[in-house]
Design a protein around this ligand. Structure first.
Ligand code: UT7
Length: 390
């Protein structure tokens, strides 16, 4: 079992750099698929799905929507709220299990579309824990002083890797994206502590076999019987694992930050199943109301579920200044991760003017399209010229 943890929020706060969430945004596809609609082509029912999971509907990407387009929309919203320019970003990380390509990364596409030309970009694969892993990596880079601001996105089109014949998985998942902007500040607070964990011995319980798989030349199935590019899951075992690690990792991240579990104002967990969240709340001795849940409307959107739930919690005014917010993700790997944040969005700097910046952002998005097209075009012309010369 590999372990990694960081934390200890309160020491020398005044002299330290802190990583604060200063912007947030989310996007889901246009079309929702209800349990009733699902039960017209899968042998299931609204009663079964709702009773076992708390899910009523999920959003499904249409032909024109993808992991990158959803990520881009969520990112634009987050930049709007942060009121910074894409060119101010130093880093873009997209946590996803359904990337546009193995490479180039979805993050690189988003970087190009935003015109974030000074940002490094990469995808992070840690399944449903991916967003917390990515946020931790970005926060650590900010606190270490190597970057000033980062865009962290969780984005998925789970509908594209579901086996629609398998009723034990296809009823659970949906598509969507959520994003946050993280920024350096001297104001104490922001990300206080994180706990990242992995247990690869559970890799056969949940996964998507892909091109690097031992059985990749066999288009039907991989060695544990799962189909290539299709999700498999041993539901009840993952359920037991999830309830255990949620409480364990939240306790660990509280200890690392020097606070009590009872000091948590809101838990924003990965939205896998309402029953899992209720069981975890009981284990922690917390009121179930302290667990944010919107699984009813979105299903399980994997790495996107935590940032989407965070956006809705903010919208519902469930997140207040100085609140202690716990994020917790769990899933394929097996991997899990928890993070404690002391909420507090620092005042924007004086040179930022919302209207002016909004227009500058829109100009940059337009420039991004032309810049990208003209670069491709120039490369093609240069290639042709070289061919003619030879
Ligand atoms: O995001 C990554 C992390 N993922 C999770 O945390 C998910 C964890 N697992 C779960 O949420 C639950 O295990 C499930 C919702 C996937 C399944 O619920 P369960 O209460 O564990 O049901 P089960 O798999 O034990 O199945 C119970 C019965 C079975 O029938 P029998 O064998 O008892 O006759 C299944 O065949 O329910 C049947 N069943 C269904 N019936 C109607 C399984 N799926 C369905 C379905 N509709 N969609």
């Amino acid at each position: 079992m590999a372990t990694f943890s960081s934390g200890g929020g309160e020491k020398n706060e005044a002299t330290e750099r802190h990583a604060h969430v200063v912007g947030w945004g989310m996007a889901v596809p246009e079309s929702a698929l209800t349990n009733e609609e699902l039960s017209t082509f899968v042998e299931t029912s609204d009663e079964w799905i709702f009773a076992r999971t708390g899910i009523r509907q999920r959003y499904i990407a249409d032909e024109g929507e993808s992991t990158a387009t959803l990520a881009y929309k969520a990112a634009q919203q987050a930049l709007e709220i942060a009121d910074i320019l894409p060119t101010d970003l130093d880093l873009i990380v997209v946590a996803t299990s359904t990337p546009e390509n193995i490479f180039p990364s979805t993050a690189s596409l988003v970087q190009d579309w935003l015109n974030a030309h000074d940002a490094g970009a990469f995808d992070l694969s840690a399944a449903c824990s991916g967003f917390v892993y990515a946020l931790n990596m970005a926060a650590d880079s900010i606190r270490a002083g190597s970057i000033q601001s980062a865009l962290v996105i969780g984005a998925e089109t789970m509908s594209r890797i579901l086996d629609w014949q398998d009723r034990s998985t296809c009823i659970l998942f949906g598509d969507g994206a959520g994003a946050v902007v993280l920024q350096a500040s001297e104001v104490p607070g922001g990300v206080l502590s994180s706990v990242l964990r992995s247990d690869g011995a559970g890799s056969d319980l949940l996964g998507i076999p892909s091109v690097g798989s031992i059985d990749a030349d066999d288009s039907r199935a991989s060695s544990n019987g799962a189909k290539l590019y299709k999700m498999y899951m041993a539901g009840s075992e993952v359920f037991r694992f999830a309830t255990r690690v949620i409480s364990e990792s939240i306790e660990q991240t509280c200890t690392a930050a020097g606070i009590q579990v009872n000091d948590i104002d809101l838990v924003i967990p990965h939205q896998a199943n309402l029953r899992i969240l209720q069981a975890a709340a009981r284990k922690l001795g917390l009121d179930a109301d302290k667990f944010m849940s919107n699984v009813e409307r979105y299903g399980n959107t994997s790495a996107a579920s935590i940032p989407i739930a965070l956006c809705e919690a903010i919208e519902q005014k469930r997140v207040q200044d100085k609140d202690h917010i716990a994020l917790v993700g769990f899933g394929g790997g097996l991997a899990w991760a928890a993070m404690l944040i002391r909420w507090g969005v620092p005042e924007p700097s004086e040179q930022q003017g919302s209207m002016f910046n909004r227009q500058r952002r829109h100009v940059q998005y337009r420039i991004a399209k032309w810049r990208s097209r003209s670069r491709r075009w120039r490369r093609r012309v240069n290639r042709k010229v070289r061919e003619i010369r030879v």
